[in-house]
Ligand binder design. Sequence first.
Ligand SMILES: Cc1cc2nc3c(=O)[nH]c(=O)nc-3n(C[C@H](O)[C@H](O)[C@H](O)COP(=O)(O)OP(=O)(O)OC[C@H]3O[C@@H](n4cnc5c(N)ncnc54)[C@H](O)[C@@H]3O)c2cc1C
Length: 472
Amino acid sequence: MMGSHDVLIIGAGTGGSIAARFAAKSGLDVCLIDRKPKESVGNKICGDAVGNEIFDYLNIPHPKNEELSCHIKGAKLYPPSMNSCLTLVDPKQAGYIINRLEFGQRLLNEALDAGVKSFLDETMALDLIYKDKKVAGVKVKTKNGERQELRAKVIIDASGFYSPIRKKIRSPLIENDILKEDTILCYREIISFPFKDQEVRDPEYISIILDQEKAPGGYIWYFPKNESSVNLGLGTFLKHKNILKNNYKQHVFNQFINTSEVEILSSGGGVVPVRRPLWSCVEDSIMFVGDAACQVNPLHGGGIDPSMRAGFMAAQTAIQAFEREDFSKKGLWKYNHNIMTTLGAEFAPLDLLRMVLQALTNDDINFGLERNLLTGEEILEISSTGGLNLSIMDFAVKAFKGLARPNLLLDLNYLRLRMQEITKHYKHFPEGFNFEEFTRWREKTIQIYDNLIKIIIRSRNKDILLRSEIYG
Ligand SMILES: Cc1cc2nc3c(=O)[nH]c(=O)nc-3n(C[C@H](O)[C@H](O)[C@H](O)COP(=O)(O)OP(=O)(O)OC[C@H]3O[C@@H](n4cnc5c(N)ncnc54)[C@H](O)[C@@H]3O)c2cc1C
């Protein structure tokens, strides 16, 4: 047995490093582990885009120097035809393209400086240890290949999408597996033009292209890095993994790179969950943070900001649990309530929108974006509040623009109402733990999803399982 700590954090990515930093700063004895060697922590296949809000929220320094690739004013959204473009500029969401490794190293080092007692790199969490039917620790494989046990009063799992801990937890509150339909598989390359013989297009904007044929279920991205390099990628439903790289080469690389003098600085694939957060991000003695808890924006797959936000909230809840000496799910429920009423209330409606968007055809998307069925401001309102308030007049204007496709407009209006409903529902997540109340809340969530899915099945003739068939 290797040791016992107040808090054990699995994964030193963006979520885990922030949780470790704030828990350690309060004086708790924190052990942080990561399967990677210390010098590789932060190195992740990513689009590298992060808004500036999170740094003010956490009151930590904004990216600068070697961490920072470039500043971004906003996003440009293109339909498959690429005949038009919606520019999305939100001063609060403007931000940065970061160098992921340097950024991750900074977050880790700041956590260590804040007083993390023990950092174990090349240490992989394998399974949970249970005592009296409650989580008491984690079995790990250490740097030298030994199997050891780490125990703690509070465990924070921030080990990312493939979390072995979430897969193994025995809980009626938490789903162990994430549906394939709720994940997006991506391939991306960071490409440099050493001779600067190709211009970086729109260097102050990230560009996103929706195309159901080239990137089914996901999107193509073109993110600037600096005056001579870009981050290019493509995401699709997991079931298209066989065509992913080929589609990238043909429809992204060949489309956007027109010089043969390139250097591929980094390439690789990764998976991102695009759905509402886990039913519960809490069990006795354990909290789930970041990708492990599906706390990612379902619309664009951005998870850096939410994982850092959730890491902070988990640390605050751990601190309060020690003050009250209550490490049960009742004692940690505050974290669940915070997550569901903030990230949940934002992401659940976007999850509904994501499901509708994924069911649209290229013709629908061309029609909607070329005719401005939604304006840039409206899309920003949806993505920051999870809803859209339309006056009768606004609606009449949209109805007029959408005359050629009344069904599309009706579906979008039905979606809008369900998005408003689910936002309100998440804002009323049970404040304290009560199994019956939680079950009723969960059933109502399933019902809202099912009502929308039935419409998608009926009007778009899509093969989607009802949530009640999956979650019972
Ligand atoms: C291709 C791609 C592009 C993306 N682009 C963007 C983007 O532009 N902007 C954005 O905001 N988000 C983006 N995301 C999502 C974002 O990367 C994640 O949501 C975010 O990194 C989640 O942080 P995390 O701390 O939960 O997990 P991670 O950052 O994945 O960290 C998990 C850590 O846990 C460690 N670990 C894993 N398993 C174990 C184990 N068993 N034991 C010990 N340690 C373990 C890992 O080594 C890692 O350090 C993208 C994701 C992908 C795949």
